[in-house]
Design a protein. Structure first.
Length: 255
């Protein structure tokens, strides 16, 4: 069996990834060449090509390079499972784009005076897009933790939100982030800001949760800390690390 090998220039031409990017992937241990030849050139084989394909799949799903490296280096990583996940996520993206195209087409007709368009319909596409995004990013984990029945009920409640409720939800989340920033300054979990952070997070959840459960709230806090994607969501919103702080606040006040 002939083993095919490629120089960095050839693999760059084949993949559309620049040689500069491939060198960077080598530097950060994301994609190492199979070997360095006697002339000092990076040489890649089939294994490296397969890994590069997976990297590009994940990049299309907007994952950061550090996240991709952690995923691919996980000893329990399964290519078959990963490809199945990719396929499902791409189907969700396709459904989201199809829905968006249909809404844009309907909106064009509305502005031409050809049809009537209810206010609810004008915002439905954005709610559905958010649902699709959440399903793509977190669906597997939250469904395993809370069951399909619970998540489907939550999604249904979210889908029925009015424009006013949708705006209220965003406002409450902003207040939550400000609360967390203030608690981060003092570290005081007994402060009014800490209690306000808990209440705001609880209220924020009520827009999608069918009913409130303190233990489920604590479990969600644990998931925020355990899963880097959840942690990054809150840390990026606050421009500092606040996710562990939020978890501690939930544990203190959830009864």
């Amino acid at each position: 069996m002939v083993t095919l090998e490629y120089t960095i220039k050839k693999i760059a031409c084949m993949s559309g990834v620049s040689t500069r990017t491939l060198r960077y992937y080598d530097d950060i241990d994301l994609l190492k060449p199979a070997r360095i030849n006697s002339s000092g050139y990076r040489i890649y084989g089939e294994k490296e090509i397969d890994r590069l394909q997976l990297i590009l799949f994940y990049r299309k799903l907007d994952l950061k390079l550090e996240e991709i490296r952690n995923i691919l280096n996980d000893p329990n990583y399964s290519i078959q499972s990963a490809l199945a996940d990719h396929y499902q996520q791409l189907l969700l993206k396709k459904a989201e784009i199809d829905h968006l195209l249909a809404t844009v087409k309907m909106t064009m007709r509305y502005h031409k005076g050809e049809i009537e368009m209810k206010n609810h319909d004008k915002f439905e596409v954005f709610k559905q897009a958010k649902l699709a995004e959440n399903e793509m990013n977190y669906g597997k984990e939250i469904r395993e933790k809370y069951s399909d029945e619970v998540i489907d009920a939550s999604n249904q409640k979210w889908s029925s939100l009015t424009k006013k409720q949708f705006e209220q939800m965003g406002k409450i989340e902003q207040e939550l982030i400000e609360n967390l920033k203030q608690v981060a300054k003092t570290g005081d979990l007994s402060s009014p800001d800490a209690e306000a952070a808990y209440n705001n997070h609880k209220t924020w959840l009520s827009f999608s949760w069918p009913s409130y459960n303190a233990e489920a709230h604590k479990g969600l806090g644990d998931m925020y800390v355990a899963d880097q994607r959840f942690a990054q969501y809150y840390d990026q919103k606050a421009d500092q690390k606040v996710t562990s702080l939020l978890r501690d606040i939930i544990y203190r006040y959830a009864k």
